[in-house]
Design a protein around this ligand. Structure first.
Ligand SMILES: Cc1ncc(COP(=O)(O)O)c(C=O)c1O
Length: 374
Protein backbone atom coordinates (compact mmCIF):
# COMPACT_ATOMS: atom_id res chain seq x y z
CA UNK A 1 0.00 0.00 0.00
CA UNK A 2 1.31 3.46 -0.88
CA UNK A 3 0.43 5.52 2.18
CA UNK A 4 -1.06 8.98 1.64
CA UNK A 5 1.45 10.37 4.10
CA UNK A 6 4.26 8.39 5.70
CA UNK A 7 5.32 10.33 8.80
CA UNK A 8 7.42 7.44 10.11
CA UNK A 9 9.52 7.48 6.95
CA UNK A 10 9.70 11.28 6.85
CA UNK A 11 10.92 11.51 10.45
CA UNK A 12 13.16 8.44 10.64
CA UNK A 13 15.81 10.44 8.76
CA UNK A 14 16.22 12.46 11.96
CA UNK A 15 16.14 9.65 14.52
CA UNK A 16 19.72 9.97 15.79
CA UNK A 17 19.67 13.76 15.71
CA UNK A 18 16.32 13.80 17.57
CA UNK A 19 17.73 11.53 20.28
CA UNK A 20 20.83 13.70 20.76
CA UNK A 21 18.71 16.83 20.92
CA UNK A 22 16.23 15.30 23.34
CA UNK A 23 19.16 14.36 25.58
CA UNK A 24 20.43 17.92 25.65
CA UNK A 25 16.94 19.31 26.43
CA UNK A 26 16.64 16.77 29.26
CA UNK A 27 20.05 17.68 30.63
CA UNK A 28 19.22 21.37 30.54
CA UNK A 29 16.00 20.78 32.51
CA UNK A 30 14.24 23.85 31.04
CA UNK A 31 11.08 22.94 29.14
CA UNK A 32 9.11 26.13 28.44
CA UNK A 33 10.32 29.29 26.63
CA UNK A 34 14.03 28.60 26.77
CA UNK A 35 17.05 28.43 24.54
CA UNK A 36 15.54 26.08 21.93
CA UNK A 37 12.46 28.26 21.31
CA UNK A 38 14.65 31.37 21.12
CA UNK A 39 17.01 29.68 18.66
CA UNK A 40 14.11 28.46 16.53
CA UNK A 41 12.48 31.89 16.54
CA UNK A 42 15.73 33.42 15.31
CA UNK A 43 16.28 30.68 12.72
CA UNK A 44 12.73 30.79 11.39
CA UNK A 45 12.67 34.61 11.21
CA UNK A 46 15.91 34.47 9.23
CA UNK A 47 14.52 31.72 7.01
CA UNK A 48 11.36 33.78 6.31
CA UNK A 49 13.48 36.93 5.85
CA UNK A 50 11.41 38.69 8.50
CA UNK A 51 12.58 40.56 11.55
CA UNK A 52 10.49 38.76 14.18
CA UNK A 53 9.17 35.30 14.91
CA UNK A 54 7.10 34.29 17.93
CA UNK A 55 6.68 30.56 18.63
CA UNK A 56 3.18 29.57 19.76
CA UNK A 57 1.18 26.44 20.55
CA UNK A 58 -0.34 25.75 17.11
CA UNK A 59 -1.39 27.35 13.83
CA UNK A 60 -4.91 28.23 14.96
CA UNK A 61 -3.51 30.12 17.95
CA UNK A 62 -0.97 31.85 15.68
CA UNK A 63 -3.89 33.30 13.70
CA UNK A 64 -5.95 34.15 16.79
CA UNK A 65 -2.96 35.86 18.41
CA UNK A 66 -2.34 37.99 15.31
CA UNK A 67 -5.95 39.22 15.41
CA UNK A 68 -5.88 39.74 19.18
CA UNK A 69 -2.54 41.51 18.86
CA UNK A 70 -3.96 43.96 16.32
CA UNK A 71 -6.99 44.51 18.59
CA UNK A 72 -4.65 45.25 21.50
CA UNK A 73 -2.76 47.75 19.32
CA UNK A 74 -6.04 49.46 18.34
CA UNK A 75 -5.69 48.48 14.67
CA UNK A 76 -8.74 46.19 14.80
CA UNK A 77 -11.90 46.35 16.86
CA UNK A 78 -14.45 43.75 17.83
CA UNK A 79 -17.05 43.43 15.06
CA UNK A 80 -14.67 44.48 12.25
CA UNK A 81 -14.99 42.49 9.04
CA UNK A 82 -12.17 40.32 7.72
CA UNK A 83 -12.12 39.10 4.11
CA UNK A 84 -11.21 35.40 3.93
CA UNK A 85 -11.42 32.79 1.15
CA UNK A 86 -14.57 30.65 1.28
CA UNK A 87 -12.37 27.75 0.20
CA UNK A 88 -10.09 27.25 3.18
CA UNK A 89 -9.51 24.97 6.11
CA UNK A 90 -11.96 25.75 8.92
CA UNK A 91 -9.19 27.12 11.18
CA UNK A 92 -8.89 30.33 9.12
CA UNK A 93 -12.56 31.14 9.78
CA UNK A 94 -12.52 29.95 13.41
CA UNK A 95 -9.60 32.27 14.18
CA UNK A 96 -11.53 35.31 12.94
CA UNK A 97 -14.56 34.32 15.04
CA UNK A 98 -12.42 33.59 18.10
CA UNK A 99 -11.16 37.18 18.02
CA UNK A 100 -14.77 38.51 17.87
CA UNK A 101 -14.31 39.63 14.28
CA UNK A 102 -16.65 38.89 11.37
CA UNK A 103 -15.53 36.62 8.51
CA UNK A 104 -16.62 37.72 5.04
CA UNK A 105 -16.16 34.86 2.60
CA UNK A 106 -14.93 35.30 -0.98
CA UNK A 107 -14.96 32.67 -3.73
CA UNK A 108 -11.67 31.18 -5.00
CA UNK A 109 -10.48 30.71 -8.58
CA UNK A 110 -11.36 27.20 -9.69
CA UNK A 111 -7.90 26.75 -11.25
CA UNK A 112 -5.73 27.77 -8.28
CA UNK A 113 -8.18 27.01 -5.44
CA UNK A 114 -6.97 30.31 -3.90
CA UNK A 115 -9.00 33.49 -3.26
CA UNK A 116 -10.03 35.36 -6.42
CA UNK A 117 -8.77 38.96 -5.95
CA UNK A 118 -11.26 40.24 -8.58
CA UNK A 119 -14.09 39.38 -6.17
CA UNK A 120 -12.63 41.12 -3.11
CA UNK A 121 -13.55 44.80 -3.83
CA UNK A 122 -17.31 44.11 -3.99
CA UNK A 123 -17.17 42.58 -0.50
CA UNK A 124 -15.48 45.61 1.08
CA UNK A 125 -17.69 47.72 3.38
CA UNK A 126 -16.83 50.53 5.83
CA UNK A 127 -16.43 47.79 8.48
CA UNK A 128 -13.82 45.83 6.49
CA UNK A 129 -10.44 46.19 8.18
CA UNK A 130 -8.33 43.20 7.07
CA UNK A 131 -7.76 40.50 4.47
CA UNK A 132 -6.73 37.03 5.61
CA UNK A 133 -4.99 35.49 2.59
CA UNK A 134 -4.58 31.70 2.70
CA UNK A 135 -1.87 29.93 0.68
CA UNK A 136 -3.99 26.83 0.26
CA UNK A 137 -2.35 23.46 -0.47
CA UNK A 138 1.03 25.29 -0.49
CA UNK A 139 0.41 27.74 -3.33
CA UNK A 140 1.09 31.42 -2.77
CA UNK A 141 -2.11 33.47 -3.04
CA UNK A 142 -2.02 36.39 -5.48
CA UNK A 143 -0.33 38.64 -2.94
CA UNK A 144 0.58 41.47 -5.30
CA UNK A 145 -3.10 42.01 -6.17
CA UNK A 146 -4.14 41.52 -2.55
CA UNK A 147 -1.61 44.10 -1.33
CA UNK A 148 -2.80 46.61 -3.92
CA UNK A 149 -6.45 46.17 -2.85
CA UNK A 150 -5.39 46.40 0.80
CA UNK A 151 -3.47 49.62 0.20
CA UNK A 152 -6.33 51.21 -1.73
CA UNK A 153 -8.75 50.41 1.10
CA UNK A 154 -6.43 50.80 4.07
CA UNK A 155 -6.72 47.16 5.14
CA UNK A 156 -4.34 44.98 7.13
CA UNK A 157 -2.97 41.90 5.36
CA UNK A 158 -2.62 38.71 7.37
CA UNK A 159 -1.43 35.47 5.81
CA UNK A 160 -2.35 31.92 6.75
CA UNK A 161 0.74 29.99 5.66
CA UNK A 162 -0.07 26.88 7.70
CA UNK A 163 0.27 24.85 4.49
CA UNK A 164 3.03 26.87 2.85
CA UNK A 165 6.36 26.81 4.70
CA UNK A 166 9.05 27.91 2.30
CA UNK A 167 7.00 29.93 -0.17
CA UNK A 168 9.44 32.54 -1.38
CA UNK A 169 9.82 35.47 0.98
CA UNK A 170 11.76 37.36 -1.69
CA UNK A 171 10.85 38.18 -5.31
CA UNK A 172 10.64 35.16 -7.52
CA UNK A 173 9.37 36.63 -10.75
CA UNK A 174 6.23 35.35 -12.39
CA UNK A 175 2.97 36.72 -11.06
CA UNK A 176 4.38 37.75 -7.71
CA UNK A 177 7.06 40.42 -7.75
CA UNK A 178 7.85 42.28 -4.57
CA UNK A 179 10.98 44.18 -5.52
CA UNK A 180 9.60 47.37 -4.05
CA UNK A 181 8.85 45.85 -0.64
CA UNK A 182 12.18 45.39 1.17
CA UNK A 183 13.29 43.62 3.26
CA UNK A 184 10.69 40.96 2.50
CA UNK A 185 7.21 40.68 1.07
CA UNK A 186 5.69 40.30 4.56
CA UNK A 187 3.79 43.49 5.40
CA UNK A 188 1.39 42.42 8.12
CA UNK A 189 1.83 39.10 9.85
CA UNK A 190 1.99 35.47 8.77
CA UNK A 191 0.75 32.46 10.74
CA UNK A 192 2.42 29.05 10.46
CA UNK A 193 1.41 25.64 11.83
CA UNK A 194 3.91 22.90 12.64
CA UNK A 195 1.26 20.17 12.90
CA UNK A 196 3.10 16.89 12.16
CA UNK A 197 1.84 16.54 8.57
CA UNK A 198 2.95 20.03 7.49
CA UNK A 199 5.95 20.69 5.22
CA UNK A 200 7.77 21.67 8.41
CA UNK A 201 6.12 19.41 10.96
CA UNK A 202 6.88 18.89 14.65
CA UNK A 203 6.29 15.67 16.61
CA UNK A 204 3.21 17.27 18.13
CA UNK A 205 1.50 20.65 17.93
CA UNK A 206 3.36 23.88 17.25
CA UNK A 207 2.96 27.19 15.46
CA UNK A 208 4.55 30.57 14.86
CA UNK A 209 3.83 34.15 13.86
CA UNK A 210 6.34 35.98 11.69
CA UNK A 211 6.20 39.70 11.09
CA UNK A 212 8.28 42.82 10.47
CA UNK A 213 6.10 44.75 12.91
CA UNK A 214 8.08 45.04 16.17
CA UNK A 215 5.09 46.30 18.17
CA UNK A 216 2.89 43.42 17.06
CA UNK A 217 5.61 40.86 17.80
CA UNK A 218 6.04 42.28 21.30
CA UNK A 219 2.30 42.16 22.06
CA UNK A 220 2.00 38.58 20.74
CA UNK A 221 5.02 37.52 22.83
CA UNK A 222 3.08 38.72 25.85
CA UNK A 223 -0.37 37.45 24.74
CA UNK A 224 0.91 33.88 24.22
CA UNK A 225 2.12 33.89 27.82
CA UNK A 226 -0.98 35.02 29.81
CA UNK A 227 -0.49 38.60 28.62
CA UNK A 228 2.56 38.80 30.82
CA UNK A 229 6.04 39.97 29.93
CA UNK A 230 7.35 40.05 33.46
CA UNK A 231 6.45 37.05 35.63
CA UNK A 232 3.29 37.60 37.70
CA UNK A 233 2.56 40.96 36.04
CA UNK A 234 -0.37 40.80 33.61
CA UNK A 235 -0.70 43.59 31.06
CA UNK A 236 -3.20 42.02 28.63
CA UNK A 237 -5.90 39.34 28.77
CA UNK A 238 -3.69 36.70 27.22
CA UNK A 239 -3.77 32.95 26.71
CA UNK A 240 -1.31 30.13 27.30
CA UNK A 241 -0.02 29.12 23.87
CA UNK A 242 3.72 28.59 23.74
CA UNK A 243 5.87 26.50 21.44
CA UNK A 244 7.43 23.69 23.54
CA UNK A 245 11.20 23.53 23.95
CA UNK A 246 11.29 19.92 22.70
CA UNK A 247 9.25 20.71 19.59
CA UNK A 248 11.40 23.79 18.91
CA UNK A 249 14.52 21.63 19.20
CA UNK A 250 13.13 19.13 16.66
CA UNK A 251 12.03 21.96 14.36
CA UNK A 252 15.52 23.47 14.49
CA UNK A 253 16.83 20.19 13.08
CA UNK A 254 14.15 19.83 10.42
CA UNK A 255 14.33 23.44 9.22
CA UNK A 256 17.70 22.83 7.59
CA UNK A 257 16.07 20.29 5.23
CA UNK A 258 12.95 22.28 4.41
CA UNK A 259 14.18 23.72 1.10
CA UNK A 260 15.42 20.30 -0.07
CA UNK A 261 12.12 18.69 0.97
CA UNK A 262 10.14 21.35 -0.90
CA UNK A 263 12.33 20.85 -3.97
CA UNK A 264 11.56 17.13 -3.79
CA UNK A 265 7.84 17.92 -3.49
CA UNK A 266 8.07 20.16 -6.58
CA UNK A 267 9.92 17.48 -8.55
CA UNK A 268 7.15 14.95 -7.79
CA UNK A 269 4.52 17.54 -8.72
CA UNK A 270 6.32 18.16 -12.00
CA UNK A 271 6.15 14.45 -12.82
CA UNK A 272 2.45 14.30 -11.97
CA UNK A 273 1.72 17.37 -14.09
CA UNK A 274 3.65 16.17 -17.11
CA UNK A 275 3.00 12.43 -16.96
CA UNK A 276 -0.63 12.11 -15.82
CA UNK A 277 -2.74 12.15 -18.96
CA UNK A 278 -6.41 11.49 -18.40
CA UNK A 279 -9.47 13.34 -19.62
CA UNK A 280 -11.30 12.27 -16.45
CA UNK A 281 -8.89 14.14 -14.17
CA UNK A 282 -8.23 17.87 -13.81
CA UNK A 283 -4.72 18.61 -12.60
CA UNK A 284 -3.90 21.58 -10.34
CA UNK A 285 -2.53 24.84 -11.75
CA UNK A 286 1.15 25.61 -11.20
CA UNK A 287 3.26 28.23 -12.97
CA UNK A 288 6.39 26.10 -12.30
CA UNK A 289 7.89 28.87 -10.14
CA UNK A 290 8.83 28.50 -6.49
CA UNK A 291 5.46 29.98 -5.55
CA UNK A 292 4.17 26.49 -4.75
CA UNK A 293 5.55 24.17 -2.07
CA UNK A 294 3.02 21.39 -2.75
CA UNK A 295 1.86 20.68 0.75
CA UNK A 296 -0.83 18.75 -1.12
CA UNK A 297 -1.32 17.67 -4.72
CA UNK A 298 -5.02 18.13 -5.27
CA UNK A 299 -6.71 16.84 -8.42
CA UNK A 300 -10.37 17.21 -9.37
CA UNK A 301 -12.82 14.74 -10.84
CA UNK A 302 -16.58 14.55 -11.10
CA UNK A 303 -16.26 10.83 -10.19
CA UNK A 304 -14.38 11.23 -6.91
CA UNK A 305 -15.90 8.38 -4.90
CA UNK A 306 -15.31 5.95 -7.76
CA UNK A 307 -11.73 7.14 -8.34
CA UNK A 308 -10.92 6.92 -4.66
CA UNK A 309 -12.12 3.30 -4.51
CA UNK A 310 -10.24 2.49 -7.73
CA UNK A 311 -6.98 3.89 -6.34
CA UNK A 312 -7.51 2.07 -3.04
CA UNK A 313 -7.91 -1.18 -5.00
CA UNK A 314 -4.60 -0.38 -6.71
CA UNK A 315 -2.90 0.06 -3.34
CA UNK A 316 -2.92 3.87 -3.31
CA UNK A 317 -4.23 5.78 -0.32
CA UNK A 318 -5.81 9.19 -0.99
CA UNK A 319 -7.48 11.90 1.11
CA UNK A 320 -10.03 14.70 0.67
CA UNK A 321 -9.10 18.29 1.54
CA UNK A 322 -11.85 19.07 2.39
CA UNK A 323 -15.22 17.34 2.21
CA UNK A 324 -17.33 20.16 3.75
CA UNK A 325 -16.67 23.90 3.20
CA UNK A 326 -16.61 26.21 6.25
CA UNK A 327 -19.95 27.86 5.39
CA UNK A 328 -21.70 24.46 5.42
CA UNK A 329 -20.29 23.33 8.77
CA UNK A 330 -22.82 22.60 11.49
CA UNK A 331 -21.03 24.88 13.95
CA UNK A 332 -21.39 27.91 11.67
CA UNK A 333 -25.19 28.03 11.39
CA UNK A 334 -25.09 31.77 10.65
CA UNK A 335 -23.41 30.91 7.31
CA UNK A 336 -25.28 27.75 6.35
CA UNK A 337 -27.68 29.54 4.01
CA UNK A 338 -24.87 31.22 2.03
CA UNK A 339 -24.08 29.98 -1.44
CA UNK A 340 -20.56 29.72 -2.87
CA UNK A 341 -20.90 27.54 -5.97
CA UNK A 342 -17.18 27.40 -6.87
CA UNK A 343 -16.19 26.51 -3.32
CA UNK A 344 -18.94 23.89 -3.15
CA UNK A 345 -17.86 22.38 -6.48
CA UNK A 346 -14.26 22.19 -5.24
CA UNK A 347 -15.33 20.42 -2.07
CA UNK A 348 -17.35 17.91 -4.09
CA UNK A 349 -14.59 17.13 -6.58
CA UNK A 350 -11.16 17.37 -4.96
CA UNK A 351 -8.99 14.38 -4.20
CA UNK A 352 -5.45 14.58 -2.80
CA UNK A 353 -2.99 11.99 -4.08
CA UNK A 354 0.22 11.06 -2.21
CA UNK A 355 3.00 13.64 -2.36
CA UNK A 356 5.63 13.89 0.36
CA UNK A 357 9.43 14.03 0.49
CA UNK A 358 9.86 10.35 1.40
CA UNK A 359 7.81 9.12 -1.58
CA UNK A 360 9.94 6.83 -3.81
CA UNK A 361 10.26 7.29 -7.59
CA UNK A 362 8.68 3.86 -8.18
CA UNK A 363 5.72 4.83 -6.01
CA UNK A 364 5.26 8.02 -8.04
CA UNK A 365 5.39 5.92 -11.23
CA UNK A 366 2.81 3.48 -9.84
CA UNK A 367 0.45 6.35 -9.00
CA UNK A 368 0.86 7.88 -12.47
CA UNK A 369 0.25 4.49 -14.15
CA UNK A 370 -2.83 3.79 -12.09
CA UNK A 371 -4.30 7.20 -12.92
CA UNK A 372 -3.47 6.86 -16.63
CA UNK A 373 -5.21 3.49 -16.75
CA UNK A 374 -8.32 4.74 -14.96
C1 LIG B 1 -4.94 26.56 6.26
C2 LIG B 1 -4.76 26.20 7.71
N1 LIG B 1 -4.88 27.16 8.65
C3 LIG B 1 -4.70 26.91 9.95
C4 LIG B 1 -4.40 25.64 10.40
C5 LIG B 1 -4.33 25.41 11.87
O1 LIG B 1 -3.12 24.86 12.29
P1 LIG B 1 -3.07 23.94 13.61
O2 LIG B 1 -3.63 22.61 13.25
O3 LIG B 1 -1.62 23.87 13.95
O4 LIG B 1 -3.85 24.64 14.67
C6 LIG B 1 -4.24 24.62 9.46
C7 LIG B 1 -3.84 23.27 9.85
O5 LIG B 1 -4.29 22.37 10.26
C8 LIG B 1 -4.45 24.89 8.09
O6 LIG B 1 -4.34 23.93 7.17
Amino acid sequence: MIRFLDLIKINERYETAFQDTLKSVLERGWYILGKEVETFENNFATYCKTQHCVGVGNGLDALILIFKGYIQLGKLQKGDEVIVPANTYIASVLAILAADLVPVLVEPKLETYNINPDLIPEKITPKTKAILAVHLYGQLAEMERIHTIAEQNNLLVIEDAAQAHGIPPTPEGGVNKYQEVPPSRVRGAVAYSFYPSKNLGALGDGGAVVTNDAQLAKVIQSLRNYGSETKYQTEFIGINSRLDEIQAAFLNLKLSNLDADNEKRRSIAKRYLTEIKSDKIILPFWDFSKNHVFHLFVIRTSRRAELQVYLQQHGIETAIHYPIPPHKQKALTQMNALSFPITEKIHEEVLSIPLHPALEDEEVSAIINALNQY
